[in-house]
Design a protein around this ligand. Sequence first.
Ligand SMILES: Nc1ncnc2c1ncn2[C@@H]1O[C@H](COP(=O)(O)OP(=O)(O)OP(=O)(O)O)[C@@H](O)[C@H]1O
Length: 601
Amino acid sequence: MQHGIPNYRTVQGQAKPKSGSIWNMYKRIFFQVRSQWGLLVIAAVSIIAVSLLEFVIPQLSQYTIDRLIPEKRYDGLVWIALGVLGTAVLLAIFNYLSSIVMATIGQNAVYQLRNQLYRHLQMLDVSFFDRNRTGDLMSRVTSDVGMLQQLVSSGMMSIVTDLFTFIAVAAYMMWMDWQLTLVVLATFPVMIITTRFFSKRIRAAFKKIQESVAEVTNHLQDTLSSIRLMKSFSTEEYETERFAVRSRNNMNANIAAVKLRAVYEPIIDMLIFAGLAIVLILGAKGTMDGKLTVGTIVAFLAYLRLLQNPVRRFSRTLNTIQQSAAAYERIMEILETKSKVVEKENALELANVRGHVQFHDVSFAYNTGVPVLDQFNFELEAGKVTAIVGSSGAGKSTITHLMTRFYDPQQGSITIDGHPLTDVGLASLRRQMGIVSQDIVLLNGTIRENMVYGKPDATDEEVEAAARAAHAHDFIMSFPLGYESPIGERGVKLSGGQKQRLSIARAILKDPRLIILDEATSSLDTESEKAIQDALVHLLADRTSLVIAHRLSTIQRADRIFVLDKGQLLESGTHESLIANGGKYKQLYELQFPQKQSEPV
Ligand SMILES: Nc1ncnc2c1ncn2[C@@H]1O[C@H](COP(=O)(O)OP(=O)(O)OP(=O)(O)O)[C@@H](O)[C@H]1O
């Protein structure tokens, strides 16, 4: 770690992936496209055709030198010319076919992999997103997948053609002159050892590059999404410097990779020329001794080129391969992460529930050793308004997170209408619930798009009715575009109160059986709050609702109030009975309404 930048080497909480090797990468890419067998057949045929056609031109050269020239057969030259030309045309056609088909297959595989990665990310539980930073995850879906795309589009899939040609040519050369071939092949183990030596290092260098890209993305994501905070604290210079540090790390990582490549490629070239020199010298000697014909030497040199071409090409593209392998490893880290909140097979599909929720001896901690709820028992009566109050950090929001199964408790169980939450389908559970939380999340889109997010088929009349119920219709209509007004990223074009009313309207439109209001009225002025309170009375009627509010004035009408402190239930009852009890609730109430201390409620 440098300059205090967090380490993104692995997905937090996840071991290094087992399947990050190049071999696995290729296997996976091809496995993804096994259904496109038609294309695969075309690719295989083209590859074999290219490899066989590569033999023809050296053969023609040998024939010209050894037979046509000595025999002065002028007529044969035309046929040779036609043969070379015909082979070249066929080579061009099959090369074109194999690259286009391989690229299509590869791009298709990468496309599927990216979608699979995104789907997998969506399926991971909330705690995964607590542990990992958004920018880092974004860079895995964009830049890392982009690396693989580069691999498949840069004709890297031709490595298969190269490998096939290499084996075929080597076998043919052995048949022609096994002694000379063995001498030539002696340079290849050296090449393999050199390649292995550099491969590991180049891959590590590229992993560093990808990590540094993740750091840059993270920084961008953090700062651009909180640009107002930055400006209000005048931290533009500070953030620019922090960005420069990350950017410099990226530059250094790139330079380190280039340095490795700069050493590796010339070494391979040198070995290739050494092979060429061996053939030239031994071949010339063999010809002088009368053991070989000139044509054989010329053909042999041509075959040697065919043998060496794939090696040279491979050494040039080793960078791309290693870069992709590093990226692939980072992708696999996510794909191999298992969600902690899992849906049972054949999970129960909840139809309309009554909404009776019970917590049985629930213990929960976000981080081991820091319990938030301890042996907690709690009941949400169907059709009633239940409220939770308690000091900040007491665990109120945590209760809602457990009800929605954003997290699962470590001990105890939670039931809805008697069914353990773990037996119920996640989507069907969440469909029953409408959440209006203190962190209002709005999407970049129009007001209407945001409202219908939980009910995409809502009619205009339903949308308007929900907006009216949430006292949002008037402010919406005050915008020139009404319901079609864009609200900007995270709803920046709306005031705090407007955002709240919009999120309440969204929950009303979804029409869930169970409503969770977490600090729902916290940023409304007194007038809007009154209006919202009225709307809520209608909304909450005939539903089960859980209201979490700091301002006790908002929950006095609740059927039951639970007082929570440090994850423990202190007392419960109605507003009147709790005041009469003279416990924690009365203390909290008197703190908020000192003037009412001596008044009867
Ligand atoms: N994602 C998280 N990861 C780790 N700890 C968390 C996480 N969310 C909350 N906590 C911790 O759990 C405890 C309970 O938090 P919770 O949000 O439930 O409190 P709360 O009663 O809703 O507080 P407030 O009224 O201030 O919103 C706090 O100590 C908080 O720091």
